[in-house]
Structure formats: C-alpha cells, structure tokens
Design a protein around this ligand. Sequence first.
Ligand code: BTN
Length: 252
Amino acid sequence: KWDLKTAFIGQNIIYRPVLSSTQDMAHELARSGCEAGTLVIADKQTSGRGRLNREWESNHSGGIWMSLVLRPEIAPNNAPQLTLLSAVAVSNAIEKLLAIDVQIKWPNDIFLHNKKLAGILTEMQAEVDKINYLVIGIGINVNQQIEVFGEELQSKVISLKELLDQEIDRKTFIHCILEEFELLYNDYLENGFKPIQKSWVDKAYKIGEEISLKTPKKNFKAIFEGIEHDGSLLVENSNGDIEKIYSAEIDW
Ligand code: BTN
C-alpha cells in the first residue's frame, strides 16, 4: 500500500507494466463505474496518444504515464479548466520536489528550457449539461535518456534526468503530484477557477509575446494576452482586437 496523503485522488491505483494507453484502461474502468480519483499507471504504452490525434511516444520505460478518472459536477463547458488545473498541479509538484521552475504552454504542455517536459490530455464523456466522467492523462519525461526519442523529437523534448543528471524516484514524484492535485481540485470545487487561473497565468509560457496561430478558419499572428475564465486563449490580433481561441495549432 502506498503512503499517500490524499482523501481520494489516487486512492485506487491500477498498475500495469504495459498498456496500449492508460487512457483506454481508465475509460473502461470509468464506464464500469469506478470511483472518482481512480488512477491507471503503466511503465510503457504501445499506442500512447496526445492532443490533436498525435502519437505520444511512450513505448519505453522511465517516463510517468498515468490517467486519472474524475467525476466533477461542473458544466461540460468548464472541463478545460481541469486541464489547466492539472498543468498547475504537475508544475507545482516539480517546483516543490525538485526546486525547478517550469512554464506552462497553453493549454497544457509543461516546458523547461524551451523544450517539452510533460503533456496533458483530457478526454470527456458527457451529455449536454452533465459530465459523466473525465479522464486526465498525464505524461512526463522523467528518467529517459533523450536518445529513446526519435531523431525528430530529440531537439524538442527534455527529461528530468537529462537536466539533473540523476534518477528521480517516480513513486515519490507521483505522490507529490496527486497531493498537489487534490489540494487544487478541492479548492477549485469550493472557490471556483479564479485562483487556478492566476497560478496558471503566473507560469504561462510566452505571455505578452507574439505567437503564430493556425485555426480551422485562418492562420495569423497575434499577441498572447492571457486566458479566459473558460480556459480559452486570449490573443490580440494585428487590428488590435481581442480574440478568444478555443483550439488551435500554435507556432510559439
Ligand atoms: C500532449 O502533449 O499532446 C498530451 C500527452 C498526454 C500523454 C499521456 S501519457 C498517459 C496518458 N496515456 C496516453 O495515451 N496519453 C496520456
């Protein structure tokens, strides 16, 4: 049994050495009624996935690959707030445990020295006005040598081991994330999104700078101004108008 100081986040842990994706197993468990806070962890994933249908290279060990099931009583429109909350939880854990400052690249990449350290993928099962469940997938590059990544990725990603030149105890790290997560989650359910929004903006990558966006409608450059209460991105376009962006590919 793990010595974990939470009331429910991570109190039910399912560990498998290899899975297709921890997301798939978490969905299965959620559909069959598992309790909120259930966590699926794997050492390797044969078909890990990322946002925007991207592949998430995780068929090697050393990383943290895990998925958390939640059942929040919030409007489905507000689900993106929990993705941002997750990014803040992971960042806080890294700062607490390792005294390293990281940044959050909208909506939910954790960045270190301009390279990707972690990614978060939220998947939702909802009706019009009610969330049945959420699966929050967290992938963190921890003890990998950077060579395990394909050539194309090597210049874009970073692992904690590469930075610190030492192995991190993954269990201690996971505990720390789960404890941070529960603190923020309870605060969120009680006091709303404002406190999380502030922490998120404090860590935001390239805030106030120009970024290039590709949306289904157009490609354009704009200044990254902040985030909206619903988790969307606020940018100022070249006409000086503020636009809200819900989903985009961004060239940072
Ligand atoms: C992204 O950056 O696009 C999100 C990456 C999310 C990866 C994690 S690893 C654990 C969970 N299982 C998956 O297949 N994906 C998420």
